[in-house]
Ligand binder design. Structure first.
Ligand code: BG6
Length: 462
């Protein structure tokens, strides 16, 4: 077999998950409640088919079988997140020994199977007691997160060498404080800005604490969902619209996390409109001195942007889309099942941008994937024939490969996701996994893409 796209030696091949989405056992093992458990209790109709987070994909009980499958399909690395409310049920204070045992077992099992654990500390799952104290709007919660991070480094840092502070920190900002798809479903830009800012302070505090441990060969990073912003035309108004969209949705996290400072133009816009968050005296130095070693890039789709056709109503509340409109580019390729654009070259554009403007920081694709509804329609001979997913991954890997050839510092590719899982308000609507999961019986069956990916991992290319 000729390998046309060969990746650098030691490339990380694997997949990503998060605790709330796969563990299940939400009311077992001494776990405390998080915002998802609570939101489902009070508003079950928000969740597709009324399915909540209590059982999800049962990783809590089936982790050994799942890790065996990971090995079987060639993973050399795997991302999980720690559930804050499982480890520390009230968010701060007493550590839950059953959770320590569970995460130790998972980490040890991964290592014993030759799979490197990539561990993320926060994937959308605020402990309920801390949300009741104000969630990310509160400085107390930032301090509680710092303590939680230190506990994790102490407990698991002897074996875990890749740490992440947050997954897609902008999503709880958008969902919880701007566009009503996460709890506490508030719509208020200024509060959203405070949440975003505190997350960056929390990220820097965790990094600062991490460095005091002096772990050998360990790295700490953040995982950002980057959405390259493409203007409709080269007309200066479209260009400006696209630049501002990029400031709000990419650079608001990318710049402080990687470069240690906020883009001036963004700060100016917020200042002009009275939307700046409250800033602690020493924060800016903390952010400056504690940038990430490693960047996880989640890439699903770009944003296509044009200048606003009508000025925003000055009495409407301040929102990022005061400054631009989205644009449906004719002929763009869509994932018909999820309604998201598929634009493979976006992955290359992101990497080139990181090379040129972000010091060529060490990075990897920490999520990329294709969600499909009613995927059982592709079942044939007991296996889901997901050729569309194979094509999707291939298309993105080709562009990733090109970026590496051009000198981008890319170390791996993780698919979202290992097995079909529960996804926030979409629950089990969109299936993304290499492994299909029957949610009644919890039976796992690898899809066609799982075996294709195995050969890619084994050949380090395709
Ligand atoms: C990613 C998140 O952005 O999108 C995941 O990190 C999420 O947690 C995934 O599950 C897919 O989302 P959805 O809404 O298409 O099921």
């Amino acid at each position: 077999m000729t390998i046309q796209y060969k990746f650098p030696e030691g490339f990380w091949w694997g997949s990503a998950t998060s605790a709330t989405q796969i563990e299940g056992a939400a009311n077992e093992g001494g776990k405390g409640k998080n915002i998802w458990d609570y939101w489902y209790e009070i508003e079950p109709n928000r969740f597709f088919d009324n399915i909540g987070p209590e059982t999800t994909s049962n990783f809590y009980h089936q982790y050994k079988e799942d890790i065996k499958l990971m090995k079987e399909i060639g993973h050399n690395s795997f991302r999980l997140s720690i559930s804050w409310s499982r480890l520390i049920p009230s968010g701060r204070g007493k550590v839950n020994p059953e959770a320590v045992k569970f995460y130790n077992n998972v980490i040890n099992e991964l290592i014993a199977n030759g799979i490197e654990p990539f561990v993320n500390l926060y994937h959308f799952d605020m402990p309920l007691e801390l949300q009741n104290k104000g969630g990310w709007e509160s400085r107390e919660v930032v301090e509680a997160y710092r303590t939680y991070a230190i506990q994790c480094f102490q407990l698991f840092g002897d074996r875990v060498k890749k740490w992440f502070t947050f997954n897609e920190p902008i999503v709880p900002v958008e969902g919880g404080y701007l566009y009503d798809f996460h709890y506490p479903n508030i719509v208020d830009f200024k509060r959203a800005a405070q949440v975003a800012y505190h997350t960056i302070v929390a990220n820097a505090k965790a990094i600062e604490a991490f460095r005091t441990f002096n772990f050998a060969d360990s790295k700490i990073g953040i995982i950002l969902n980057l959405t390259p912003s493409y203007p409709r035309s080269q007309n200066p108004y479209d260009l400006k619209a696209s630049r501002i969209c990029d400031l709000f949705f990419n650079r608001s996290f990318l710049d402080p996390a990687v470069l240690g400072e906020y883009p001036e133009e963004l700060v100016e816009i917020l200042r002009e409109h009275g939307q700046l968050p409250a800033i602690g005296e020493e924060d800016l130095d903390l952010i400056k001195n504690n940038t990430v070693d490693l960047l996880g890039v989640n890439y699903y789709q770009p944003r296509r942007v044009k200048a606003k056709e009508h000025l925003p109503n000055p009495y409407s509340p301040f929102m990022p889309d005061w400054f631009f409109d989205y644009y449906e580019m004719p002929g763009r390729k869509m994932n018909p099942y999820r309604g998201w654009e598929i634009y493979e070259k976006g992955i290359y554009d992101i990497m080139i941008n990181l090379k040129e403007n972000y010091g060529n920081i060490e990075s990897f694709i920490s999520e990329n994937g294709m969600g499909v509804q009613n995927e059982e329609r592709y079942l044939k001979d007991g296996q889901i024939q997901d050729d569309y997913r194979i094509e999707f991954i291939k298309g993105h890997l080709q562009w990733l490969h090109k970026s590496i050839q051009e000198g981008c510092n890319v170390k791996g590719y993780h698919l979202w996701t290992f097995m079909d899982n529960w996804s926030w308000s979409n629950a089990y609507k969109n299936r993304y996994g290499f492994i299909s999961v029957d949610i009644e019986t919890q039976k796992r069956t690898p899809k066609k893409s799982a075996y294709w990916f195995k050969s890619v991992a084994e050949n380090n290319g395709f």
